[in-house]
Design a protein around this ligand. Structure first.
Ligand code: ADP
Ligand code: MG
Length: 199
């Protein structure tokens, strides 16, 4: 398979965006062709959908379909072409977020979520996934006032547990659970070590 797809997962405040940026800069500095995207987002359509998701109170299925539409746009317009070019593609959130938030969190049938993930991604699974783990209190204090509709504590607990389940059940994938309740540099060192060993 061409290219290398790395996804960063975890609840808000776990440090995904911070680590994604560090990894992107690092890979570029080492001479790799790298891309950095966020899901939902990173195409004009997907960024609009992201705004819609955040600004409306939506029923679970409508929300799921919007996430998957945004993902489809990102996969088709950016991720697949970049992988075809041989790039290392880093995505800030991806399919596991939908399983955790919409599947376990909003209690949508997991089969439904998996089918839609498969359709939106054209079946392309991540080659490497990092789940950044921090205690809920740490995540919430890092986020401060910038809470979205997803940041209710009981909901986040379900999502956090879902990520553990994903990590322990998807044995055919490379999923690493990272203790992200450490200095940014410490967390990054561990991520880089794993990435280097896989590239
Ligand atoms: N390891 C860390 N220790 C302390 N603060 C951090 C750490 N990683 C990120 N942060 C801070 O926490 C906030 C959320 O980080 P961010 O990378 O945006 O997380 P996410 O993308 O998972 O929501 C930011 O203000 C960021 O600077
Ligand atoms: Mg982020």
């Amino acid at each position: 398979m061409k290219g290398f797809l790395i996804t960063l997962e975890g609840i808000d405040g776990s440090g995904k965006t911070t680590q994604a940026n560090l990894l992107y800069e690092y890979l570029r500095s080492k001479g790799h062709k790298a891309s950095l995207y966020r899901d939902p987002g990173s195409t004009p359509l997907a960024e609009k959908i992201r705004e819609l998701i955040m600004s409306f109170s939506l029923d679970p299925i409508t929300e799921l379909l919007l996430f998957e539409t945004a993902r489809s746009s990102l996969v088709w317009e950016k991720i697949l072409p970049d992988l075809q070019k041989g790039n290392v593609v880093i995505v800030d959130r991806f399919i596991d977020s939908t399983v955790a938030y919409q599947g376990y969190g909003r209690e949508i049938n997991l089969g439904t979520v998996n089918v839609l993930n498969h359709i939106a991604t054209r079946g392309r699974k991540p080659d490497l996934t990092f789940i950044l783990h921090v205690p809920l209190e740490v995540a919430l204090s890092r986020i401060g006032k910038d809470k979205t509709k997803f940041e209710d504590k009981d909901f986040l607990r379900k999502v956090r547990d879902a990520y553990f389940l994903i990590q322990s059940s998807e044995k055919e994938r490379q999923i690493y659970l990272i203790d992200a309740n450490r200095e940014k540099e410490e967390v990054f060192k561990e991520i880089v070590k794993i990435v280097e060993s896989r590239l």
